[in-house]
Structure formats: C-alpha cells, structure tokens
Ligand binder design. Structure first.
Ligand SMILES: [Zn+2]
Length: 114
C-alpha cells in the first residue's frame, strides 16, 4: 500500500523547542538537542543519529559542523545532567553496549554521577 500522505510538507510551525535549564541563550529545536545528546554518547554515524531523533542526515551533519550560534554553544557545553531525550529507534550505546531508547545513556549517566 502506498502512503500518499508523505510528510514532505515543510513545517512552518516550529517543532517543540528545548531550552537549556542554565543558559537562557541556548534554545534549540528539541530534535537538535536530542541529536547532540546522541553524539555525546559517542555515536558518530550520522545516519544512526538522524534515524534516532527524526532528522535528515544533512541536518545532523549541520548540527555537528555548527561553528556558531546556540547549536555550537550547546555542542561545546554539552547536554546538562538530568536532561534526557526520547529516541525513535533503539541505538547501541558505544560506551557500555546497552541498547537504549533515550539519550544520553542512562546507565552511563548514572555511573558518572554515582
Ligand atoms: Zn551506556
């Protein structure tokens, strides 16, 4: 069955955004923050990241290569502890090998703070 309701339409309405709890200057689309969270886990495959957060591969690439703006700022600062993002796919944590559906990896995060 062919789905003719393909979501090719560009959303003029912005998806939900995410705000850094400690930095008022950092406000990015939630998917962007999620992509950074996945990258921080050590996942380097743009395709895996794109699928996990629901972005295009090119969009993930741009997030990774961001040299200025809030995306860059967040990339440098990192996702603050206690922030988690639901993923669309299950990914394998490169650090502990756990299969996770949220980023960052809970096992690794709790180990860090424990
Ligand atoms: Zn882990």
């Amino acid at each position: 069955m062919k789905a003719d309701a393909k979501p090719t339409r560009r959303r003029s309405r912005r998806g939900s955004s995410w705000r850094h709890p400690n930095d008022a200057q950092v406000r990015v689309p939630r998917k962007t923050a999620a992509a950074i969270a996945v990258m921080e886990m050590g996942v380097t495959d743009y395709r895996v990241i794109a699928e996990a957060v629901g972005l295009e591969v090119d969009e993930v690439k741009q997030i990774d290569l961001a040299t200025e703006g809030p995306v860059r700022r967040l990339g440098v600062q990192g996702i603050p502890a206690g922030e988690f993002f639901n993923l669309r796919t299950t990914i394998c944590c490169p650090k502990c090998g756990a299969k996770v559906t949220i980023a960052p990896c809970v096992a690794c995060s709790s180990r860090k703070t424990a």
